[in-house]
Design a protein around this ligand. Structure first.
Ligand SMILES: [Zn+2]
Length: 351
């Protein structure tokens, strides 16, 4: 993995969208770039690091770095499989031998250990937002599954919610990064649990929750049975986003839009399997939250040559570039911007 190195310099607030540079020059870079660490470091890396960025698809649970994990473990007396950074890392992060969606999801067995109490939920949230701010993310929509986070230690759902809300308040005030929260419905938990998550999202609507999301095992659990719950969320004034067209086919993208009222689609890569679904997304201008590295790691896309990011963009389908689970994937949003240019053929201006 190529990682953006170092902390990106802060730029003034007020930009809720990625800047659109008109040249490939690094803003404010010294003439001749003589302070570049090495001629081998591409200037692109610096350009994307300095861009103020927006991430609309980032999971809180998958954004806790191994470093943050160790500090949480020490502060809250959490027993981990290892307390050595490099030995712990493969429990939390994709390795070269991890190839499947199951390998990816296995990491969440260990990640659940982080949420020992309300304060640990708060501290984890703060760490995640600080990492985003260091990558010059100015607006972040952070999604999480309260039911998953509460499960490991049997926490009350309110403790999870209150911890996350408090973490957002603290870290946003400290970093200036604005955060919207998205409550996740895990489709494999069934419609009854979905109602619990939806009601929780409604109750915390005036404390930073902006939307409800349908996530997890799309292959075995298509979106249809969740239409009622998501229509209820819309009626309550929440926005809706749905993971669709990742592990499942284009039909799920259609159902997410037509039956669940999705305002955005998580991933949507496999919309490319049906031209009519592509047309629907284009006509209704439903943004796709694409996650290039994650889509390769989980097998949602078979390779960069068929990854549709640039084609969607050129053909008028609204696309956004996001991280999904940056700590699990071992990436930053800057890395994904760089990937969009180097692997998907987007121009720097297109970012
Ligand atoms: Zn996701």
């Amino acid at each position: 993995m190529i990682k953006a190195t170092g902390a990106a310099p802060q730029v003034p607030l007020g930009s809720a969208r990625p800047a659109q540079p008109t040249t490939t020059e690094t803003p404010g870079a010294p003439a001749g770039d003589r302070f570049s660490p090495s001629p081998a470091v591409p200037r692109l890396e610096e350009v994307v690091a300095r861009l103020p960025k927006v991430d609309l698809h980032r999971h809180l649970e998958g954004s806790i770095t191994p470093e943050t994990f160790l500090s949480l473990a020490e502060k809250h007396q959490i027993a981990l499989p290892s307390h050595d950074l490099e030995t712990l890392r493969p429990y939390l992060q994709i390795t070269p031998t991890d190839k499947t969606l199951l390998d990816f999801l296995k990491k969440f067995d260990t990640i659940g250990l982080a949420f020992k109490n309300k304060e640990a939920c708060r501290d984890a949230t703060e760490g995640v937002i600080r990492d985003a701010a260091r990558d010059n993310v100015k607006y972040l929509e952070l999604r999480f599954s309260p039911i998953y986070m509460a499960a490991q230690y049997g926490l009350p759902l309110e403790d999870v919610m209150d911890g996350v809300v408090e973490g957002v308040a603290n870290a946003s005030a400290e970093t200036g990064t604005k955060v919207g929260l998205i409550v996740i419905v895990e489709r494999q938990m069934g419609p009854e649990k979905a109602k619990v998550a939806e009601q929780l999202a409604e109750r915390y609507k005036d404390r930073g929750v902006v939307a409800l999301d349908l996530a997890n095992d799309e292959f075995h659990f298509p979106p249809g049975p969740y239409a009622e719950v998501f229509q209820q969320a819309k009626a309550a004034g929440l926005k809706v986003t749905v993971h669709a067209g990742e592990a499942g086919g284009a039909d799920n993208v259609r159902t997410a839009i037509e039956a669940l009222g999705a305002d955005r689609i998580g991933h949507g890569v496999r919309a490319q399997e049906d031209p009519q679904v592509e047309q629907l997304v284009r006509d209704l201008r439903v943004p796709l939250e694409m996650n290039p590295t994650s889509n390769m790691q989980t097998g949602a896309a078979s390779g960069w040559d068929t990854y549709p990011l640039q084609r969607f963009y050129k053909e008028g389908i609204p696309v956004t570039i996001n991280t999904d689970d940056p700590a699990v994937s071992g990436i930053t949003l800057s890395h994904e911007y760089q990937t969009a240019v180097e692997q998907c053929g987007l121009s720097v201006e297109g970012l």
